[in-house]
Design a protein around this ligand. Structure first.
Ligand SMILES: [Mg+2]
Ligand SMILES: [Zn+2]
Length: 175
């Protein structure tokens, strides 16, 4: 490391989960079992591109089903173990998964609040938020990013993360 470099240097990609990494079923409100978690085809390739570009990979997800009593923390851990296992098959390792398990208006971490992102920036002080990026499929994702000072890309629900990443990386090259 050069001695004159100071402050955060690393870039991170923050990813919403449902509708960005895994299929958001129109008739299934929450993913409640590992079986219900189905990776979108563009998820692993998109994450791989970001990883190869040097980005930390951090998932930030609202899971209100926990507060509603539909999902236990253990079940959620099992779902995320499957997510990590499936991604590992493509050589992708997530740096962290941050979950808001709370109900509406009960905390400072449920997106659009910035709490999950601020916690990640606290835990990974090497991350430069202004040079990082968030990929989300809902306005609350984008609002959380805005509040944390992180640029964001809005994707369509169940859109291709790979396509969104390719477009965004090309834009970065041309700046
Ligand atoms: Mg989503
Ligand atoms: Zn919360």
């Amino acid at each position: 490391m050069s001695a004159h470099l100071s402050g955060p240097q690393r870039r991170a990609a923050f990813l919403d989960r449902d509708g960005v990494l895994n299929f958001k079923h129109p008739d299934l409100y929450y993913v409640l079992t590992p079986d219900q978690l189905e990776l979108l085809p563009g998820a692993a390739p998109g994450l791989k591109l970001l990883g190869q570009a040097g980005f930390r990979l951090i998932v930030v997800t609202n899971q209100r089903a926990v507060a509603l009593g539909q999902l236990t923390p253990d079940q959620l851990d099992a779902i995320h173990a499957k997510l990590r296992r499936e991604l590992a098959r493509s050589g992708v390792t997530l740096d962290a998964i941050y979950v808001c398990p709370h109900g509406k208006d009960a905390c400072a971490c449920r997106k659009p609040a910035a709490g999950l992102l601020l916690q990640a920036l606290h835990d990974f002080p090497d991350i430069d938020p202004a040079r990082s990026i968030l990929f989300g499929d809902s306005p609350s994702d984008l609002e959380a990013a805005r509040r944390a000072g992180i640029p964001a890309v809005q994707m369509g629900v169940n859109g291709s993360l790979e396509a969104a990443v390719r477009v965004w990386l090309r834009q970065q090259d041309s700046v």
